[in-house]
Design a protein around this ligand. Structure first.
Ligand code: NAD
Length: 296
């Protein structure tokens, strides 16, 4: 079994690290927050004094951190003490440029690396059913795949360095836009006197069908497990959706791609968050749209 260093033991990192412990690996963990270290310890993770100590004997180093700046600073501080031949896996959702810089830092120090952001949220992390979108060389992917399989159900090699992050932000841009589209349709239907169930029964088997409707329906009733049935408790928080939409727009700017609906979705989620809804599930956007005044 492998010795794994896990840096960033938050909402996602802790259950992911717990699954590696269950799979029989020795997991050395580090986080800045003492309460997250306590949870990790309870899950069988050995707590290291700092990131450098966690990494020193690890064959695999996994990071699950808030943003690109955190990943780059951890990479800079640990690559020198990392074991020869160690594999670096960054599963945080970060901007494509920082992901590519992290690969460069690893490569310059003779280390293999992949960017491997996830979808599936906290539930998927706990159940070990995450989807990993992986960017990096074939050699690094082949080495990473068996470890990722112990935390996820689907592992997709998306191409070279940074392409995992590219896949993640493109997917979540679709999700943000489609959730707004589905929510607008339900809000319009309400005003037209059409029931939620009737719209669902038609659209879920017609050309309006999509994941935001059939798996994550933003109104209570048609899909009993969706957050709409639970007071819009996340799920996937609106703040994280806004983060991913911002990343999509940064990426679109950097390559000159026209993404007008992605840009508009970012604005709408920014307004939703600023109105005090950052902690709501992102499908709660329907309540904001329902109350919004029609322009023009
Ligand atoms: P989180 O804030 O709960 O966890 C991040 C952890 O990183 C925190 O515990 C923080 O203390 C720690 N940290 C920050 N800087 C550090 C450093 N220098 N050294 C060690 N630890 C450090 O966030 P999360 O919800 O676990 O998300 C982690 C990543 O996964 C983010 O990039 C997020 O966008 C992505 N993600 C989250 C979800 C979700 O549903 N929560 C879903 C998919 C992807």
């Amino acid at each position: 079994m492998t010795t794994v260093a896990f840096i960033g033991l938050g909402h996602m990192g802790n259950p992911m690290a717990a699954n590696l412990v269950k799979a029989g690996h020795t997991v050395l963990g580090f986080d800045l927050l003492p309460e997250n270290l306590d949870t990790a310890k309870g899950n069988g993770v050995t707590i290291a004094a700092n990131a450098e100590a966690a990494v020193a004997d690890a064959e695999v180093v996994i990071t699950m951190l808030p943003a690109g700046k955190h990943v780059l600073s951890v990479y800079e501080s640990v690559v020198k003490t990392a074991k020869n031949g160690a594999l670096f896996i960054d599963s945080s959702t970060i901007d494509v440029d920082s992901a590519r810089k992290a690969h460069d830092i690893a490569q310059k120090n003779g280390l293999l690396s992949v960017d491997a952001p996830v979808s599936g949220g906290i539930g998927g992390a706990a159940a070990g059913t995450l989807t990993f979108m992986v960017g990096g060389s074939t050699e690094a992917f082949v080495k990473a795949e068996p470890v990722l399989k112990q935390m996820g159900a689907r592992i997709v090699h998306c191409g070279e360095a940074g392409n995992g992050q590219a896949a993640k932000i493109c997917n979540n841009m679709i999700l943000g836009i489609s959730m707004i589209g589905v929510s607008e349709a339900f809000a319009l239907a309400e005003k037209l006197g059409l029931s939620h169930q009737a719209l669902f029964d038609v659209a879920s088997t017609s050309s309006g069908q999509c994941w935001s409707l059939t798996t994550y329906c933003p109104v209570p009733g048609p899909v009993p497990a969706s957050p709409a049935n639970n007071g819009y408790k996340p799920g996937f928080a609106a703040a994280l959706m806004l983060k991913d939409l911002k990343l999509s727009q940064e990426a679109a700017n950097s390559v000159g791609a026209a993404t007008p609906l992605g840009a508009h979705a970012e604005e709408i989620y920014a307004q939703f968050g600023a109105a005090g809804n950052e902690g709501s599930d992102f499908s709660g956007i329907i309540n904001y749209l329902r109350d919004a005044k029609r322009q023009g």
